[in-house]
Design a protein around this ligand. Sequence first.
Ligand SMILES: Cc1cc2nc3c(=O)[nH]c(=O)nc-3n(C[C@H](O)[C@H](O)[C@H](O)COP(=O)(O)OP(=O)(O)OC[C@H]3O[C@@H](n4cnc5c(N)ncnc54)[C@H](O)[C@@H]3O)c2cc1C
Ligand SMILES: Cc1cc2nc3c(=O)[nH]c(=O)nc-3n(C[C@H](O)[C@H](O)[C@H](O)COP(=O)(O)O)c2cc1C
Length: 752
Amino acid sequence: MNVAIVGAGPAGLYFAILLKHNDPSHRVVVYERNRLDDTFGFGVVFSDETLENVGEADPETNEAMAAAAARWEEIEVHYRGTVTRSTGHRFSGVERKTLLEILAARARALGVEICVQAEIRDLTDYSLPAADLIVAADGIGSMIRDRLSDRFQPHIDWRRNRFVWLGTTRPFPAFTFYFKPSPVGLWRTHAYQYAPGRSTFIVEASEETWRASGLDENDERATVAYLEQLFKDELEGHALLANRSIWRQFPTVRNARWHSGNVVLLGDAAHTAHFSVGSGTKLAMEDAIALAAALKSPRAIPDALAAYEASRRPQVESLQRAAQASLEWFESAERYQDTEPIQFAFNLLTRSLRITHENLQVRDPALVARVDRWFAEQAAGQSGRAVPLDPPPPPLFTPYRLRELVLPNRVVVSPMCQYRAEDGRPNDWHLVHIGSRAIGGAGLVMTEMTDVSPEGRISPGCCGMYFQDHVAAWRRIVDFVHAESEAKIGIQLGHAGRKGSTRVPWEGEDEPLVENNWPLIAPSSIPYRPHNQTPREMDRSDMDRVADDFLGATRMADAAGFDLLELHLAHGYLLASFISPLTNRRTDEYGGSLANRMRYPLEIVSLVRAEWPAAKPLSVRISAVDWVPGGIEAHDAVEVARMAVAAGADIVDVSAGQTVPEQQPVYGRQFQTPFSDRIRHEARVPTMTVGNISSPADVNTILAAGRADLVVLARAHLWDPYWTRHAAADLGYSVPWPPSYETLNRYRPRPR
Ligand SMILES: Cc1cc2nc3c(=O)[nH]c(=O)nc-3n(C[C@H](O)[C@H](O)[C@H](O)COP(=O)(O)OP(=O)(O)OC[C@H]3O[C@@H](n4cnc5c(N)ncnc54)[C@H](O)[C@@H]3O)c2cc1C
Ligand SMILES: Cc1cc2nc3c(=O)[nH]c(=O)nc-3n(C[C@H](O)[C@H](O)[C@H](O)COP(=O)(O)O)c2cc1C
């Protein structure tokens, strides 16, 4: 095979090595526009796992890299005058120049031709036209990718923070993060050693801070002088070293396709991952391993390229998701400036979702013990309840107070419509559904969306709180929960608005009823979908009537003995549809600005707060985003939360979407938790988070990192009503059982 590789970075050189290693008869030429020692940047960092992968593919390269690498296990977080150290994170650092020298020497030894100072300007240059395979390993700004952009369909997301890659002679025995406030804003530094007496020192700041510092002139000498002065204490008298150290924005590169005909993208040309997860070189080298492996088996080149992309894409995208979470964390670091140092460090360490409370415990049990103890102390202070400290409970099993209500733990059973009521009346199904989940150990169980009037129902099967006998029907369930479990019980009150009068989902989700539809009301006359009923635009008398319904339901909920009341301001139902500009097109004082759109929902919050007993807490569930351009965005949600709490809510239950059918949600593990985190830190209000959370490790991580105060699980509780009890067993924590089940403890097998 005749192969032309453009770019002598880690991707191009390592692929050349593996190809020649697998079959010396290939002709492999690498074109590099610079000289090999002409590299930008200083050191790169790898995890041990990367070195292992490299080791398997080419032991010689691995040996040389291992010999050149600096190794360490610690991460240090310097923040507000405190240093938090974490260990057990095995890293290796190598000078980029050394890495390239090692790769180039090995490539040449295997017979690879490396042409330096050979810039490829077109696919017709040098040996490219004659090549069986053209490898675009030409980095972030790939010329080949751009030339064939109609085929690869690149998408480049230029991130908003600015960074500069510098070096220093100061040794950093740990991966060191500094968060340094200054009169112009917060500076972040990522520093790590790559050779004795040589470290990488990357400085990052928001665009505002960077501009306010005057460094936007991009004068390398001025940058070094400014940062040496700023980090005088941290550098301990050492100098900063520049090497084409210009301020840049990080581009996250994605491509719809990585191959076309006989051309393939490798490394940064195909994808990038933010430097804060230190994985760009790893990805580049792992791409090379995958491409060389795909070309090993006898098949046509395009088939091999397709196999390469199919094998690599899931792993790359998973890492890009982690990198995205990490870069967003660094972009938002200002948000966390008031958190306690221990929580700040835990938050930083768990930012990309790759490290959880559970696996940090394996790496660094002492740090996790400190975190848990700190968290338990906070919980004791906040709840006014005694919490053991030696050892402390996992964060999930700490109490939480809202007004006079103290929840025994932080797990909440999410509201889940059952569509099994008749005339709004809950029955045995609801008793067993809610009762079993209360026995299952959650701290708070929520009823489904319970409607304040018959016309406010989603379907004929929805629960309500509007007929006098509804009180007794609910009371039976509430009394059971109180008598037979430690759980508290909350009711979610709502009105379906334009999403009402539909069938139960198993007969057609969101489909209008076949007969007996009831008229709908909404802020604006816009049907949910073209074939759904068009609602009537509400006038003030409609608003008064619905407000009365909410008040009536609130009184009845108190009479039924509920501990907490949640108002449903989410998912496109009546109150939510006032908030979203997609569903509220009013031109009066209830439409237009966010403040106007919030006017009616806030009126309901205030009225209900005044009616609901002062000892009992009020929650609001909101949709933090609509997942549609022009709809509610996360920054709006911060304001919505702030206003709701000012009007009397005690906590904000942060959900998302379901406003309009054309929404494009971005699903994933904990996909809505970033909204809770943002609201909790920016609006400074207590939050619950919900959405694709299923493991005790994730719940503990969310809580200890301060991303929410309570964690709400819906579908996980459908699978497992005893979710909290199983979490206790997994975490080695003991929770009290109902007396009838105590025999479980008696017959527990003895440890051998
Ligand atoms: C600030 C910062 C810190 C980083 N830290 C780390 C880290 O700690 N760990 C880590 O693993 N990664 C890190 N990276 C990422 C890492 O540098 C890249 O992901 C990695 O170098 C990608 O390898 P590559 O071979 O795909 O591209 P590159 O290393 O960029 O190599 C591409 C090569 O192609 C050459 N070239 C480009 N166009 C042409 C052309 N038309 N003709 C001929 N030659 C051409 C270039 O000169 C270059 O030598 C960091 C990146 C940045 C910006
Ligand atoms: C069967 C079912 C019914 C639901 N009903 C409600 C509801 O009544 N009120 C509400 O706010 N959310 C409702 N939801 C949404 C959930 O409360 C939750 O926000 C969503 O399922 C995401 O959480 P999860 O990933 O843990 O399931 C329902 C979800 C399910 C699966």
